[in-house]
Design a protein. Structure first.
Length: 247
């Protein structure tokens, strides 16, 4: 598995604050995501896999607040997986496993014990080149449902947004990230083609005002837009949607 050395998800470029803060203080979007999911798919006794689990913060929150049977977290970053395993051991959390794994690798051969009821992926589809491989990866695990939190747009347009962080004095790219925004209708059509025919959507909204230290950098903050609150990062409006698809 080779990760672009300029990617902000390469170990040498990781924003440790982003991943570690969440373990202690889960994001409002994480809490709302699981509330949404639990409303339609009661999580008690369920087995869940988190695709691109980062440092495991979302699964720690899930295990603490819902009575799950078993959880797995996959991420390509070995440092983040190590952090997740360390915390699991420290807190003696049972039935929670982490593995370093490329979630776009469709040749992945799954362990026979890996039989999740549901696959989730949080704030990850938008940072990948595209969502198709990951959703196929999820489908191959044969879950009853797939639920994601990602950036979507209502029209028939996919926005492929590459964010290049430049050096101050010349145009050399030091780090890269993506903030892709996908057509939600096309995403739904893709899910339906894979057999996930029942789809429920919720746009993430929060009354909490978000702040960032420097608006010229990337980082979420609240703005007023069309008479209500919206989230912006750099020049991009972040329309986060929860999309649950089941068989
Ligand atoms: C924006 S972070 C989100 C992490 C976590 N879901 C969260 O909500 O905090 C994106 C994550 O995707 C992981 N990632 C990116 N490409 C991946 C791939 N091909 N396979 C597995 N993980 C990947 C990165 O290592 C990073 O942890």
């Amino acid at each position: 598995m080779s990760v672009n050395s300029k990617s902000i998800y390469h170990t040498k470029n990781l924003d440790h604050d982003y991943f570690e803060k969440q373990i202690v203080h889960p994001y409002e979007s994480t809490k709302q995501f699981f509330k949404f999911l639990n409303k339609y798919k009661p999580l008690k006794n369920k087995k869940i896999i988190d695709l691109a689990c980062g440092s495991g913060a979302n699964l720690f929150y899930l295990k603490k607040n819902f009575d799950l049977k078993q959880c797995w977290g996959f991420d390509q970053n070995s440092y983040l997986i190590k952090t997740a395993k360390k915390f699991t051991k420290q807190k003696n959390i049972k039935s929670l496993n982490f593995k370093r794994q490329d979630i776009e690798d469709l040749n992945f051969i799954k362990d026979k014990d890996l039989r999740p009821d549901g696959a989730i992926s949080i704030q990850t589809l938008s940072i990948l080149n595209d969502y198709e491989k990951v959703i196929k990866f999820a489908k191959n695990l044969k879950p009853n449902f797939i639920c994601v939190n990602s950036l979507f747009w209502q029209g028939d347009i996919d926005f492929k947004i590459a964010v290049n962080f430049l050096k101050k004095n010349n145009r050399k790219t030091i780090k890269i990230n993506h903030y892709n925004i996908y057509s939600i209708q096309h995403y739904i059509k893709f899910l339906k083609k894979l057999g996930y025919k029942k789809v429920t959507i919720k746009k993430f909204k929060t009354k909490k005002r978000l702040h960032t230290k420097n608006k010229n950098l990337m980082g979420s903050y609240s703005i007023n837009l069309d008479g209500s609150s919206a989230i912006k990062s750099g020049p991009i409006i972040l329309d986060w949607y929860f999309v649950l698809a089941s068989k």
